[in-house]
Ligand binder design. Structure first.
Ligand code: GLC
Length: 459
């Protein structure tokens, strides 16, 4: 299966609908760099870091706009160092980032002519979006912005009876009248500012739709036309139609004009991967947190290990997907020390093994019992990701010895021949690789996170 533009006829869309074909190919062409990068940093940062109970705090605790003012006023992260964030992303082996320009609380981190509810006009008097973009771009990272189409600050946005608004069940708001036309104009104006005033944006990550608030409630057709006109190469997620649990029309043969360029499963790596309804490829990106919150949460210490992160990344790649891994800096702008440690450990693995991730996708081989295969689509190298301790040589199931030109172990730098052990002689169609000389039957894997074997195949 190709992770790049699907040139191979077996993976070309089966639909004869010309418009679908064109959109399908555009989607792959636009997202080429992103599918090659495979690994990005999600950054959830805003005034919700002050109460430090996650970015949904206003909704969950039904905090009024007035009471939230204390958090807005206290959000004055004078020492924030976006360069340090970018350095951390690079150290982890990430190639792109997506930061919250505005989350559901509606407090913008960018300067806006249509709102005073922004860090550029309130306490900090700074345009954090511009600072973030400058720092990440200057280090060679691609840059994206998250923008919440939901807004709990605007009085024209639905309040009472809405699915998650902080005032959804407050009787004082029973007669509140939303004005979606006015809201749409405002929201489009802010997105225009982001697309027009901040140079090239690589990703726009809209969040999110729900029953009754989707597609044309956002004025999505007009919105996407505007975004694509201002940012012709930008790639878009699918959440103008759905949330992290949906797919939307992107997987059908009649994608809407705002179906987006990729599916965005949230807090899950899709168990069977992700394809269009007809089985053809669709770009996708799992977004995962490092603990259990996107925004900073002072009491959430339930951190994933770097081993888990490496393995989730590899699983995404083996299924032709990306991983967007979240950090939630605190109210001072410091990325939690635990997050930093985990990302640096992931980076140590990436320093040696990134070539088994970047430019890679599914190897089109049956899943091996001990882990995953990935394949570099430009040069055809297969990477065996050995997660389970083997007994004796590793069985490269699905790869015949006659097809193997050579094997290398990036963790040790060694070239390995195929195993000649008598124990493997009953399986002449399977290539075996021993990780030890002389061949021993038990040995510790060189890298307990994921020992990678690079397998070069004959043409
Ligand atoms: C969501 C949430 C959220 C988070 C996110 C990331 O559905 O509302 O707070 O920003 O998506 O995928």
């Amino acid at each position: 299966m190709s992770s790049s533009a699907p040139a191979s006829p077996t993976h070309a869309p089966t639909s004869s609908v010309a418009a679908f074909d064109a959109r399908y190919h555009e989607r792959f062409a636009r997202s080429q760099w992103w599918r090659d990068a495979r690994f990005g940093m999600f950054i959830h940062w805003g005034a919700y870091a002050v109460p430090a109970r996650g970015e949904w705090v206003r909704s969950i605790e039904r905090i009024s706009k007035e009471d939230y003012e204390a958090s807005i006023d206290a959000f004055t992260p004078d020492g924030v160092d976006f360069g340090a964030w970018a350095d951390l992303a690079k150290a982890a082996g990430m190639h792109y980032a997506v930061m919250t320009a505005k989350h559901h609380d509606g407090y913008a981190l960018f300067d806006s002519a249509v709102s005073d509810y922004t860090t550029a006009k309130r306490g900090p008097r700074r345009d954090f979006v511009r600072e973030y973009l400058d720092a990440f771009r200057s280090r060679g990272l691609k840059v994206g912005l998250y923008f919440s189409v939901i807004d709990w600050y605007r009085s024209d946005f639905p309040h009472f009876g809405d699915r998650q608004h902080p005032e959804r069940d407050n009787e004082d708001f029973r007669d509140h009248q939303p004005d979606l036309e006015s809201y749409r104009q405002f929201m489009h104006a802010q997105i225009r500012e982001l697309c027009a005033n901040y140079g090239r944006l690589d990703v726009m990550w809209f969040d999110f739709s729900y029953p009754g608030m989707t597609g044309e409630q956002w004025g999505a057709e007009e919105l996407v036309a505007m975004v694509r006109e201002l940012q012709p190469d930008i790639i878009l997620d699918n959440r103008l139609e759905v949330s992290g649990e949906g797919k939307g029309t992107i997987v059908t043969d009649h994608p809407s004009s705002y179906a987006g360029d990729f599916v965005s499963p949230e807090q899950i790596v899709p168990p069977t991967g992700m394809t269009c309804d007809d089985g053809t490829l669709v770009p996708w990106e799992s977004c995962l947190t490092l603990n259990n919150n996107w925004g900073f949460h002072a009491d959430d210490h339930d951190w994933k290990s770097s081993t888990t992160v490496v393995r989730q990344l590899v699983e995404c790649v083996a299924k032709n997907g990306n991983l967007l891994l979240n950090v939630g800096p605190d109210a001072e702008g410091t990325i939690p020390a635990e997050s930093q440690r985990i990302l640096r450990e992931v980076g140590e693995w990436m320093d040696v093994n990134a070539e088994s991730v970047r430019g890679c996708g599914s190897a089109d081989l049956p899943k091996p019992d001990w882990g995953w295969y990935t394949r570099n689509h430009a040069d055809g190298r297969v990477f065996a990701h050995v997660l389970e301790q083997p007994i004796g040589p590793v069985a490269l199931t699905g790869i015949a010895p006659a097809a193997v030109a050579g094997v290398r172990v990036p963790a040790t730098g060694e070239e390995r021949g195929l195993s000649k052990s008598w124990t493997t002689s009953n399986y002449p169609d399977v290539s075996f690789v021993s990780l030890r000389d002389p061949e021993e039957h038990t040995f510790p894997l060189p890298d307990p996170k994921d020992t990678v074997l690079e397998v070069r195949l004959k043409d």
